[in-house]
Design a protein around this ligand. Structure first.
Ligand code: DAH
Length: 465
């Protein structure tokens, strides 16, 4: 019997949030078609693994490999002249230290509880699947988003707000804008709300703070009511508190985005677009906020999804054992924003250790990336009949990553069909090999490609065509 779950999503399905927007997705890029979170075949007994000098037990859930683990110690956000770190610092500069505590060096290894349960993710949420998430073992993962630290930050932050910036990890496709390790920022702001609080008074206080946030001259489209049946407020919040919290968050983030794009216009100089910057707020869904919104910005002819955000769900405070609070939270991905602002064409470049890349940038400045050279790549197709083992698209991606790492620019499923007589399914993946700083020799590509084929046969019992 041939079993598989390789339903290839042509249209990426975001499972942390559900909005139907065809625009570029920056912050939340989980894609999945499976909803099971069970461990499948892993018959090899593995020894413990060491990550950042700590030993971890492995088990049937373990699916972290050398390619992904080699990214963990790099800490790109701690290098001040790295483009990702530049964007992070610009964002941080818009929040006062008195009100927001910054966390920049939290361990990427977190419990499944912190990554999912504390954030109200249902048990059958696709994000929990081994095909989407890197498990160190059953109860431990490489964080898939900075939200994994929300509960601890709400507990420990000495200020009413906090910011978190970190590397995050998700098993994913391979192409110019997806990489299994990427970076996010997260922020939140809370106010006290207990049985003695007069909600109207609290709303007034929040509105006063909102009024102090500098007004921006960008065009803002925010057409939907602040909450409604499809995007409800939480039952224990009054209308005015929910609206005040949402407004404070929206003004805060509008201010941040104005600053970022102003710096980009400065960098573009003469070439800067003369059009007024436009942002729009649209409804969204996250398990950890209600109501929830997303901010998109119109940039170079496209709507670009920037922030996911909303009013923090009471369950998140409850699981953090933080009492009597109301507040907002947001999250954003840094890579695609940096790609747009710095004109960086390939996501692999962020991991480049080539001085020709790194020397181009300086702290605090958004500058346009100058390509050092482009080298022609070469493609190889791998076609095979599936055997008895399950094979998810991301399993294929992982084999490619572990064997060829950053020498692969993209992998695409170019053909899939089932033979009606035999019931067997055939797949063909096209691998585009391309190093960013040299021409790859034909023989070297062949060796890598053969290794990928052998591994595929050994692990998944496929028949090569
Ligand atoms: N963690 C979300 C993701 O990776 C992004 C996010 C959305 C963070 C809304 C938040 C939030 O704090 O309120 O998809």
């Amino acid at each position: 019997m041939s079993s598989m779950n390789i339903n290839i999503p042509r249209l990426r399905i975001t499972v942390y949030r559900q909005v139907l927007s065809p625009s570029l997705q920056i912050c939340c890029r989980f894609s999945s078609t499976t909803t099971t979170a069970t461990a499948t075949t892993n018959t090899t007994t593995q020894p413990n693994i060491k990550i950042l000098d700590k030993d971890y037990e492995t088990d049937q859930w373990t699916n972290v490999g050398p390619a992904i683990l080699s990214r963990v110690p790099r800490k790109l956000l701690l290098q001040p002249s790295h483009p990702l770190s530049i964007i992070k610092s610009i964002i941080e500069s818009q929040f006062s230290h008195k009100e927001y505590t910054s966390y920049n060096n939290l361990s990427p290894i977190v419990s499944t509880y912190d990554n999912f349960d504390s954030l109200n993710f249902p048990q059958n949420h696709p994000g929990r699947s081994r095909t989407d998430t890197y498990y160190v073992n059953k109860n431990t993962v490489l964080r898939t988003h900075t939200s994994a630290h929300q509960a601890t930050a709400f507990q420990n932050s000495p200020t009413p707000g906090y910011l978190i910036a970190a590397d995050v990890y998700r098993r994913d496709e391979i192409d110019r804008s997806h990489y299994p390790a990427f970076h996010q920022m997260e922020g939140a702001r809370t106010w006290d709300l207990n049985e003695n609080t007069d909600p109207q008074e609290l709303a007034r206080q929040i509105d006063d703070l909102t009024a102090k946030i500098p007004r921006t001259d960008i065009r803002i489209v925010d057409e939907k009511p602040p909450f409604h049946e499809g995007n409800p407020k939480q039952a224990h919040h009054t209308d005015e508190v929910c609206i005040a919290v949402g407004n404070h968050m929206k003004r805060t983030l509008e201010n941040v985005v104005t600053e970022i794009f102003n710096r980009a216009s400065l960098a573009a100089g003469e070439n800067a677009s003369k059009e007024r910057l436009q942002v729009r707020w649209i409804d969204a869904y996250f398990p950890f906020t209600s109501p929830s919104w997303e901010m998109e910005v119109f940039w170079n002819g496209d709507w670009l999804e920037l922030f996911g955000s909303g009013v923090v769900q009471q369950e998140v405070f409850d699981s953090a054992k933080v009492k009597n609070k109301v507040g907002w939270a947001f999250g954003l991905g840094l890579e695609r924003l940096a790609m747009v602002l710095f004109g960086i064409p390939d996501i692999r470049l962020f991991w480049s250790e080539n001085p020709k890349f790194l020397r181009q940038f300086e702290p605090g400045v958004v500058s346009h990336f100058k390509p050092f050279s482009t080298f022609e790549g070469s493609t190889r197709d791998i076609s095979f009949w599936l055997g008895d083992s399950q094979l998810h698209e991301n399993d294929f991606m992982e084999i490619v990553r572990n064997k060829a790492g950053d020498l692969v620019e993209s992998v695409e499923l170019v053909d899939k069909f089932t033979n009606r007589k035999t019931g067997r399914t055939s797949l063909c993946f096209r691998i585009n090999y391309n190093a960013m700083d040299r021409i790859l020799k034909r023989d070297d590509v062949n060796v890598l490609n053969d290794q990928i084929r052998s591994e595929l046969q050994a692990r998944f019992g496929v028949d090569m065509r």
